[in-house]
Write a protein of this length. Structure first.
Lengths: 152, 152
DNA sequence: CAAATCTATACTCACCTTATAGAGTAAGTA
DNA sequence: TACTTACTCTATAAGGTGAGTATAGATTTG
């Protein structure tokens, strides 16, 4: 299960992607539209900003907007920022590998072998699907590499 | 991430599947071999027993053994027993569907659409892989339906 | 300056995970 | 029968995580 927070993050990014280009959308507006607790959403957007996915303008008429084109932001990237590793086992994570303390030999671990297939399929979907392609208005699914979507 | 408990459960079942047919293996032996805390493993095996995956004999020379053939026990079934739903979103679970409170319309939810593909791929692997096939000694991967592995 | 808005950190609170403890029950065995 | 081994069940607890709230502050623009 992905966290509620990650779901909010994705919904917020989708909302920003739908907004007219270069127009800032206020936290309040997104929170209201998407039924996300406002203060919680503030934290989430701040985190996405720290990771360079969105930018913000302060003051009256301020708000958030995407910092990168919507077809260069993959679901996988967002999930890794908010929820951490996607892999089903620590010993299968690329961003935060950790050996399983109780596993004698990784190469012969049956559990690992099975879940590595799960991990592969999951990354396949999440790293190839961008915010734009989820909205169904891009070519990123067809040639994602060209758009700089993070490689698996 | 799957839970430590689920990993223990799978490892215990794999150990039972490796044991000579119809011979009971004691909790202590499995715990020792697999480096699983004994009292914790007791709980896990008991739970698997209640769900009809293993059987037990008490007394001296007692222990656990598989109740069903190893190629009829899928990874998915074990995970659902120990960790609950496999789906990445409550609104995608077949065993425990729950509408997302904050989602207006499921049919048009982009997040749901993307993760339904993840769920499908994941189930594909987990429900088609059995304890036996993980050990690499069965035909269940080739014709799983014939062996009664739970359909997706 | 005032209002709207973002920035940052700290805090709560319930629930889940990962066990551990201990008393009880059953089956074989000397 | 008494003893030993092993499974059965319930309770409990420490620690972590998830999902927010609260509070205070900093910027920008009108």
């Amino acid at each position: 299960m992905i966290s509620q927070k990650a779901k909010y993050a994705l919904r917020a990014l989708l909302a920003l992607a739908r907004a007219p280009h270069d127009s800032a959308v206020s936290i309040a507006q997104i929170a209201d539209e998407q039924s996300i607790p406002k203060k919680f959403l503030e934290q989430i957007l701040l985190e996405l900003k720290h990771h360079g996915l969105v930018e913000s303008r302060r003051g009256k008429a301020g708000g958030y907007s995407l910092f990168r084109p919507a077809d260069t932001i993959s679901f996988g990237e967002v999930l890794r920022i908010i929820d951490g590793p996607i892999a089903p086992l620590p010993c299968l994570s690329r961003m935060a590998y950790r050996r399983c303390a109780d596993c004698g030999d990784e190469a012969s671990c049956e559990v690992r072998r099975v879940f590595s297939r799960v991990a592969e399929e999951t990354r396949d979907v999440l790293d190839r699907t961008s915010i734009a392609s989820a909205l169904g208005r891009t070519l990123a699914d067809i040639a994602p590499d060209r758009y700089g979507i993070q490689a698996r």
